[in-house]
Design a protein around this ligand. Sequence first.
Ligand SMILES: *Cc1c(COP(=O)(O)O)cnc(C)c1O
Length: 387
Amino acid sequence: MRVYLDNNATTIVDPIVKDAMEPFHSQMYGNPNSLHSFGMEVRPYLKQAVDKLYDGINARDKDDIIVTSCATESINWVIKGIYFDKILNKDKNHIITTEVEHPAVIAACKFLESLGVKVTYLPVNQDGFVDASTVENFISDETALVSIMWANNETGAIFPIKEIAQICRDRGVLFHTDGVQAIGKIPVDVVDMGVDFMTFSAHKFHGPKGVGGLYIRDGLELTSLFHGGEHMGGKRSGTLNVTGIIGMGEAMRLAKESLNYEGTEIRRLRDKLEDTILELPDTFVVGQRDKRTPNTILVSVKGVEGEAMLWDLNKAGVAASTGSACASEDLEANPIIIAIGSDSELAHTAIRLSLSRFTTEEEIDYTIKIFKDSCLRLRDISSSYAN
Ligand SMILES: *Cc1c(COP(=O)(O)O)cnc(C)c1O
Protein backbone atom coordinates (compact mmCIF):
# COMPACT_ATOMS: atom_id res chain seq x y z
CA MET A 1 0.00 0.00 0.00
CA ARG A 2 1.17 3.51 -0.77
CA VAL A 3 -0.22 6.38 1.32
CA TYR A 4 0.38 10.01 0.47
CA LEU A 5 0.36 12.18 3.59
CA ASP A 6 2.39 15.10 2.27
CA ASN A 7 -0.45 17.20 0.92
CA ASN A 8 0.94 20.45 2.33
CA ALA A 9 3.85 20.04 -0.12
CA THR A 10 1.70 19.28 -3.15
CA THR A 11 -1.51 17.43 -3.99
CA ILE A 12 -2.84 15.05 -6.60
CA VAL A 13 -4.62 16.76 -9.50
CA ASP A 14 -8.32 16.02 -9.10
CA PRO A 15 -9.43 13.87 -12.09
CA ILE A 16 -12.25 16.38 -12.71
CA VAL A 17 -9.62 19.12 -13.02
CA LYS A 18 -7.55 16.99 -15.36
CA ASP A 19 -10.56 16.37 -17.60
CA ALA A 20 -11.44 20.06 -17.65
CA MET A 21 -7.93 20.93 -18.85
CA GLU A 22 -7.63 18.23 -21.49
CA PRO A 23 -9.32 19.95 -24.51
CA PHE A 24 -7.10 23.00 -24.13
CA HIS A 25 -3.93 21.02 -24.84
CA SER A 26 -4.95 19.53 -28.15
CA GLN A 27 -8.11 21.11 -29.55
CA MET A 28 -8.58 24.61 -28.21
CA TYR A 29 -4.94 25.58 -28.15
CA GLY A 30 -5.26 29.08 -29.59
CA ASN A 31 -3.73 32.12 -27.95
CA PRO A 32 -6.71 33.92 -26.39
CA ASN A 33 -5.22 37.26 -27.46
CA SER A 34 -5.41 36.31 -31.15
CA LEU A 35 -8.06 37.74 -33.45
CA HIS A 36 -9.06 34.49 -35.09
CA SER A 37 -11.42 31.69 -34.17
CA PHE A 38 -8.70 29.55 -32.58
CA GLY A 39 -7.97 32.30 -30.10
CA MET A 40 -11.46 33.67 -29.66
CA GLU A 41 -13.09 30.33 -28.90
CA VAL A 42 -10.90 29.99 -25.80
CA ARG A 43 -11.93 33.28 -24.23
CA PRO A 44 -15.30 32.38 -22.72
CA TYR A 45 -13.70 29.38 -20.97
CA LEU A 46 -10.97 31.56 -19.55
CA LYS A 47 -13.55 34.00 -18.24
CA GLN A 48 -15.48 31.16 -16.62
CA ALA A 49 -12.31 29.90 -14.96
CA VAL A 50 -11.39 33.32 -13.61
CA ASP A 51 -14.97 33.77 -12.36
CA LYS A 52 -14.51 30.59 -10.33
CA LEU A 53 -11.45 32.15 -8.71
CA TYR A 54 -13.45 35.25 -7.74
CA ASP A 55 -16.21 33.07 -6.35
CA GLY A 56 -13.80 30.78 -4.51
CA ILE A 57 -12.21 33.55 -2.44
CA ASN A 58 -15.28 35.80 -2.48
CA ALA A 59 -13.59 38.70 -4.27
CA ARG A 60 -15.68 41.58 -5.63
CA ASP A 61 -15.89 42.29 -9.37
CA LYS A 62 -13.72 45.39 -9.03
CA ASP A 63 -10.95 43.58 -7.19
CA ASP A 64 -8.14 42.14 -9.26
CA ILE A 65 -7.14 38.49 -9.40
CA ILE A 66 -4.05 38.07 -11.51
CA VAL A 67 -2.88 34.66 -12.57
CA THR A 68 0.83 34.01 -12.04
CA SER A 69 3.11 30.98 -12.30
CA CYS A 70 2.95 30.09 -8.59
CA ALA A 71 2.63 31.51 -5.10
CA THR A 72 6.37 32.12 -5.02
CA GLU A 73 6.00 34.53 -7.93
CA SER A 74 2.95 36.19 -6.37
CA ILE A 75 4.75 36.65 -3.05
CA ASN A 76 7.86 38.09 -4.71
CA TRP A 77 5.63 40.42 -6.67
CA VAL A 78 3.90 41.81 -3.58
CA ILE A 79 7.07 42.27 -1.56
CA LYS A 80 9.20 43.74 -4.35
CA GLY A 81 6.26 45.71 -5.76
CA ILE A 82 5.78 47.38 -2.38
CA TYR A 83 9.49 48.15 -2.36
CA PHE A 84 9.14 50.04 -5.67
CA ASP A 85 5.85 51.70 -4.74
CA LYS A 86 6.25 52.62 -1.08
CA ILE A 87 9.89 52.33 -0.07
CA LEU A 88 12.30 53.27 -2.89
CA ASN A 89 12.65 57.09 -2.86
CA LYS A 90 9.72 57.32 -0.41
CA ASP A 91 9.43 57.83 3.34
CA LYS A 92 8.64 54.23 4.37
CA ASN A 93 11.36 51.71 5.08
CA HIS A 94 9.94 48.87 7.17
CA ILE A 95 8.22 45.51 6.64
CA ILE A 96 6.77 43.23 9.32
CA THR A 97 6.49 39.48 8.84
CA THR A 98 6.93 36.35 10.99
CA GLU A 99 9.72 33.85 11.53
CA VAL A 100 7.50 31.04 10.27
CA GLU A 101 6.65 32.28 6.77
CA HIS A 102 7.36 30.23 3.65
CA PRO A 103 10.92 30.69 2.30
CA ALA A 104 9.49 32.78 -0.56
CA VAL A 105 8.51 35.48 1.95
CA ILE A 106 11.61 35.17 4.10
CA ALA A 107 14.05 35.21 1.17
CA ALA A 108 12.32 38.14 -0.56
CA CYS A 109 12.48 40.08 2.73
CA LYS A 110 16.18 39.18 3.18
CA PHE A 111 16.81 40.49 -0.32
CA LEU A 112 15.13 43.80 0.57
CA GLU A 113 17.23 43.93 3.76
CA SER A 114 20.31 43.79 1.52
CA LEU A 115 18.94 46.95 -0.13
CA GLY A 116 18.62 48.70 3.22
CA VAL A 117 15.01 47.91 4.17
CA LYS A 118 14.29 47.15 7.83
CA VAL A 119 12.41 43.90 8.38
CA THR A 120 10.89 42.65 11.64
CA TYR A 121 10.48 38.87 11.84
CA LEU A 122 7.94 38.26 14.60
CA PRO A 123 8.50 35.18 16.75
CA VAL A 124 5.70 32.68 17.40
CA ASN A 125 4.78 30.98 20.66
CA GLN A 126 5.16 27.27 21.43
CA ASP A 127 1.90 26.54 19.66
CA GLY A 128 3.24 28.21 16.52
CA PHE A 129 0.87 31.19 16.86
CA VAL A 130 1.36 34.92 16.65
CA ASP A 131 -1.27 37.26 18.04
CA ALA A 132 -2.57 40.45 16.53
CA SER A 133 -1.46 42.68 19.41
CA THR A 134 2.17 41.63 18.83
CA VAL A 135 1.85 42.80 15.23
CA GLU A 136 0.36 46.11 16.38
CA ASN A 137 3.25 46.75 18.78
CA PHE A 138 5.77 46.71 15.96
CA ILE A 139 3.93 48.96 13.49
CA SER A 140 5.50 52.40 13.13
CA ASP A 141 5.13 55.38 10.78
CA GLU A 142 7.85 53.77 8.66
CA THR A 143 5.97 50.50 8.14
CA ALA A 144 4.96 49.95 4.50
CA LEU A 145 3.75 46.34 4.61
CA VAL A 146 2.73 43.58 6.97
CA SER A 147 3.00 40.10 5.41
CA ILE A 148 1.62 37.25 7.52
CA MET A 149 0.44 33.88 6.30
CA TRP A 150 -3.18 32.79 6.73
CA ALA A 151 -2.27 29.24 7.76
CA ASN A 152 1.14 27.72 8.38
CA ASN A 153 2.37 24.92 6.14
CA GLU A 154 4.20 22.99 8.88
CA THR A 155 1.81 23.18 11.84
CA GLY A 156 -1.47 24.16 10.20
CA ALA A 157 -1.72 27.06 12.68
CA ILE A 158 -4.37 29.54 11.52
CA PHE A 159 -3.38 33.14 12.19
CA PRO A 160 -5.83 35.90 13.25
CA ILE A 161 -5.95 37.43 9.78
CA LYS A 162 -9.11 39.48 10.29
CA GLU A 163 -7.76 41.19 13.42
CA ILE A 164 -4.37 41.82 11.82
CA ALA A 165 -6.00 43.23 8.67
CA GLN A 166 -8.10 45.58 10.80
CA ILE A 167 -5.06 46.83 12.71
CA CYS A 168 -3.20 47.42 9.45
CA ARG A 169 -6.13 49.29 7.97
CA ASP A 170 -6.44 51.50 11.08
CA ARG A 171 -2.74 52.30 10.91
CA GLY A 172 -2.64 52.90 7.14
CA VAL A 173 -0.34 49.93 6.47
CA LEU A 174 -0.82 47.51 3.57
CA PHE A 175 -1.48 43.88 4.49
CA HIS A 176 -0.55 40.81 2.46
CA THR A 177 -1.45 37.28 3.47
CA ASP A 178 0.03 34.10 1.99
CA GLY A 179 -3.19 32.15 1.60
CA VAL A 180 -1.66 29.01 0.07
CA GLN A 181 -2.49 26.70 2.98
CA ALA A 182 -5.92 28.19 3.63
CA ILE A 183 -7.59 27.56 0.25
CA GLY A 184 -9.65 24.38 0.31
CA LYS A 185 -9.05 23.83 4.02
CA ILE A 186 -10.90 26.68 5.71
CA PRO A 187 -13.37 29.27 4.39
CA VAL A 188 -11.52 32.05 2.57
CA ASP A 189 -13.39 35.34 2.21
CA VAL A 190 -10.97 38.12 1.30
CA VAL A 191 -13.58 40.86 1.68
CA ASP A 192 -14.79 39.76 5.10
CA MET A 193 -11.17 39.37 6.25
CA GLY A 194 -10.24 42.78 4.84
CA VAL A 195 -6.91 41.80 3.29
CA ASP A 196 -5.21 43.98 0.67
CA PHE A 197 -3.24 41.24 -1.10
CA MET A 198 -3.50 37.45 -0.98
CA THR A 199 -1.42 34.83 -2.77
CA PHE A 200 -2.26 31.23 -3.68
CA SER A 201 -0.99 28.25 -5.67
CA ALA A 202 -3.17 25.76 -7.58
CA HIS A 203 -1.16 22.61 -6.87
CA LYS A 204 -1.83 22.96 -3.14
CA PHE A 205 -5.56 22.47 -3.73
CA HIS A 206 -5.65 19.66 -6.31
CA GLY A 207 -4.93 21.87 -9.30
CA PRO A 208 -1.94 21.70 -11.66
CA LYS A 209 1.60 22.80 -10.78
CA GLY A 210 3.03 26.00 -12.22
CA VAL A 211 0.00 28.24 -11.83
CA GLY A 212 -0.99 30.51 -8.98
CA GLY A 213 -2.68 33.78 -8.26
CA LEU A 214 -2.51 37.17 -6.65
CA TYR A 215 -5.57 38.93 -5.27
CA ILE A 216 -5.33 42.71 -5.20
CA ARG A 217 -8.05 44.69 -3.44
CA ASP A 218 -9.93 47.26 -5.52
CA GLY A 219 -8.17 50.62 -5.58
CA LEU A 220 -4.65 49.32 -4.96
CA GLU A 221 -1.84 49.45 -7.49
CA LEU A 222 1.23 47.27 -7.60
CA THR A 223 4.20 47.88 -9.89
CA SER A 224 4.59 45.00 -12.34
CA LEU A 225 7.59 42.72 -12.27
CA PHE A 226 6.98 41.31 -15.76
CA HIS A 227 6.89 43.92 -18.49
CA GLY A 228 5.90 42.92 -21.99
CA GLY A 229 2.58 42.52 -23.74
CA GLU A 230 -0.91 43.43 -22.66
CA HIS A 231 -1.65 40.14 -20.93
CA MET A 232 -3.60 40.35 -17.67
CA GLY A 233 -4.37 43.97 -18.46
CA GLY A 234 -0.66 44.72 -18.83
CA LYS A 235 -0.12 43.88 -15.17
CA ARG A 236 1.57 40.54 -15.69
CA SER A 237 2.87 40.00 -19.20
CA GLY A 238 3.46 36.62 -20.79
CA THR A 239 1.18 34.49 -22.95
CA LEU A 240 -1.57 33.14 -20.75
CA ASN A 241 -1.19 29.65 -19.31
CA VAL A 242 -4.60 28.65 -20.60
CA THR A 243 -4.62 25.05 -19.40
CA GLY A 244 -3.28 26.16 -16.02
CA ILE A 245 -5.95 28.82 -15.62
CA ILE A 246 -8.71 26.40 -16.62
CA GLY A 247 -7.34 23.86 -14.15
CA MET A 248 -6.94 26.33 -11.31
CA GLY A 249 -10.48 27.63 -11.81
CA GLU A 250 -11.96 24.15 -11.65
CA ALA A 251 -9.75 23.24 -8.69
CA MET A 252 -10.94 26.36 -6.87
CA ARG A 253 -14.57 25.50 -7.53
CA LEU A 254 -14.04 22.00 -6.15
CA ALA A 255 -12.04 23.33 -3.19
CA LYS A 256 -14.96 25.51 -2.17
CA GLU A 257 -17.45 22.72 -2.73
CA SER A 258 -15.36 20.32 -0.61
CA LEU A 259 -14.86 22.64 2.36
CA ASN A 260 -17.55 20.98 4.39
CA TYR A 261 -16.10 17.51 3.75
CA GLU A 262 -12.65 18.78 4.61
CA GLY A 263 -13.93 20.31 7.86
CA THR A 264 -15.80 17.20 8.97
CA GLU A 265 -14.60 13.95 7.38
CA ILE A 266 -10.95 14.86 6.82
CA ARG A 267 -10.85 16.43 10.27
CA ARG A 268 -12.24 13.20 11.72
CA LEU A 269 -9.54 11.12 9.98
CA ARG A 270 -6.85 13.59 11.07
CA ASP A 271 -8.10 13.47 14.66
CA LYS A 272 -8.20 9.67 14.60
CA LEU A 273 -4.58 9.53 13.45
CA GLU A 274 -3.56 12.21 15.95
CA ASP A 275 -5.33 10.53 18.87
CA THR A 276 -3.60 7.21 18.29
CA ILE A 277 -0.19 8.84 17.87
CA LEU A 278 -0.72 10.72 21.11
CA GLU A 279 -1.46 7.42 22.89
CA LEU A 280 2.21 6.57 22.38
CA PRO A 281 4.23 7.81 25.37
CA ASP A 282 6.36 10.97 24.99
CA THR A 283 4.77 12.34 21.87
CA PHE A 284 3.26 15.76 21.41
CA VAL A 285 1.54 17.67 18.66
CA VAL A 286 2.19 21.36 18.04
CA GLY A 287 -0.78 23.69 18.37
CA GLN A 288 -4.35 23.38 19.58
CA ARG A 289 -6.50 21.29 17.29
CA ASP A 290 -9.29 23.79 16.75
CA LYS A 291 -6.78 26.48 15.77
CA ARG A 292 -5.27 24.41 12.98
CA THR A 293 -6.24 23.53 9.42
CA PRO A 294 -8.22 20.28 9.56
CA ASN A 295 -5.66 18.24 7.59
CA THR A 296 -2.37 18.86 9.38
CA ILE A 297 -0.42 17.25 12.23
CA LEU A 298 3.10 18.23 13.28
CA VAL A 299 4.13 15.62 15.82
CA SER A 300 7.28 15.20 17.85
CA VAL A 301 8.29 11.66 18.81
CA LYS A 302 10.78 11.93 21.65
CA GLY A 303 14.03 10.06 21.07
CA VAL A 304 13.40 9.43 17.36
CA GLU A 305 15.16 11.38 14.61
CA GLY A 306 12.57 12.76 12.20
CA GLU A 307 14.68 11.68 9.24
CA ALA A 308 14.92 8.11 10.51
CA MET A 309 11.18 7.95 11.01
CA LEU A 310 10.60 9.40 7.55
CA TRP A 311 12.68 6.66 5.92
CA ASP A 312 10.99 3.99 8.00
CA LEU A 313 7.55 5.23 6.96
CA ASN A 314 8.66 5.56 3.35
CA LYS A 315 9.86 1.96 3.28
CA ALA A 316 6.36 0.92 4.26
CA GLY A 317 4.87 3.17 1.59
CA VAL A 318 3.79 6.10 3.77
CA ALA A 319 4.89 9.54 2.54
CA ALA A 320 5.32 12.19 5.23
CA SER A 321 7.66 15.14 5.73
CA THR A 322 10.10 16.42 8.32
CA GLY A 323 9.67 19.97 7.19
CA SER A 324 9.00 21.97 4.08
CA ALA A 325 9.86 20.17 0.84
CA CYS A 326 12.21 23.00 -0.02
CA ALA A 327 14.32 22.26 3.05
CA SER A 328 14.18 18.50 3.03
CA GLU A 329 17.18 17.72 0.87
CA ASP A 330 19.71 19.04 3.33
CA LEU A 331 19.81 17.76 6.86
CA GLU A 332 19.63 21.18 8.49
CA ALA A 333 16.68 21.55 10.80
CA ASN A 334 13.73 23.40 9.37
CA PRO A 335 13.80 27.11 10.41
CA ILE A 336 10.04 27.16 10.98
CA ILE A 337 10.31 24.33 13.44
CA ILE A 338 13.30 25.96 15.14
CA ALA A 339 11.19 29.12 15.52
CA ILE A 340 8.51 27.15 17.33
CA GLY A 341 10.66 24.85 19.42
CA SER A 342 11.81 26.06 22.80
CA ASP A 343 14.74 23.63 22.44
CA SER A 344 16.18 21.76 19.49
CA GLU A 345 14.34 18.54 20.41
CA LEU A 346 11.35 19.43 18.25
CA ALA A 347 13.48 20.42 15.28
CA HIS A 348 15.08 16.97 15.22
CA THR A 349 12.03 14.85 15.98
CA ALA A 350 9.25 16.57 14.05
CA ILE A 351 7.18 14.69 11.51
CA ARG A 352 4.48 16.37 9.46
CA LEU A 353 1.48 14.38 8.30
CA SER A 354 -0.88 16.23 5.97
CA LEU A 355 -4.10 14.70 4.61
CA SER A 356 -6.34 15.67 1.71
CA ARG A 357 -9.87 14.95 0.59
CA PHE A 358 -8.43 11.94 -1.28
CA THR A 359 -7.17 10.35 1.95
CA THR A 360 -9.18 7.26 2.95
CA GLU A 361 -9.94 5.63 6.29
CA GLU A 362 -8.11 2.49 5.16
CA GLU A 363 -5.01 4.58 4.50
CA ILE A 364 -5.21 6.18 7.92
CA ASP A 365 -5.63 2.79 9.63
CA TYR A 366 -2.60 1.48 7.77
CA THR A 367 -0.58 4.59 8.70
CA ILE A 368 -1.50 4.20 12.35
CA LYS A 369 -0.09 0.69 12.36
CA ILE A 370 3.09 1.63 10.47
CA PHE A 371 3.66 4.70 12.63
CA LYS A 372 3.37 2.70 15.88
CA ASP A 373 5.67 -0.05 14.63
CA SER A 374 8.25 2.45 13.48
CA CYS A 375 8.13 4.38 16.74
CA LEU A 376 8.70 1.20 18.79
CA ARG A 377 11.48 -0.05 16.52
CA LEU A 378 13.37 3.23 16.41
CA ARG A 379 13.05 3.84 20.13
CA ASP A 380 14.38 0.36 20.73
CA ILE A 381 17.63 1.22 18.97
CA SER A 382 17.72 4.87 20.10
CA SER A 383 20.61 5.88 22.34
CA SER A 384 18.77 8.95 23.58
CA TYR A 385 15.52 7.24 24.57
CA ALA A 386 15.29 5.17 27.75
CA ASN A 387 12.73 2.44 27.17
C1 LIG B 1 3.86 25.76 -1.05
C2 LIG B 1 3.77 27.09 -0.40
C3 LIG B 1 4.18 28.27 -1.05
C4 LIG B 1 4.82 28.26 -2.42
O1 LIG B 1 4.05 27.72 -3.41
P1 LIG B 1 4.75 27.43 -4.84
O2 LIG B 1 3.70 26.82 -5.65
O3 LIG B 1 5.91 26.51 -4.57
O4 LIG B 1 5.24 28.73 -5.35
C5 LIG B 1 4.03 29.46 -0.38
N1 LIG B 1 3.51 29.51 0.84
C6 LIG B 1 3.10 28.42 1.51
C7 LIG B 1 2.50 28.55 2.86
C8 LIG B 1 3.22 27.17 0.92
O5 LIG B 1 2.83 26.07 1.58
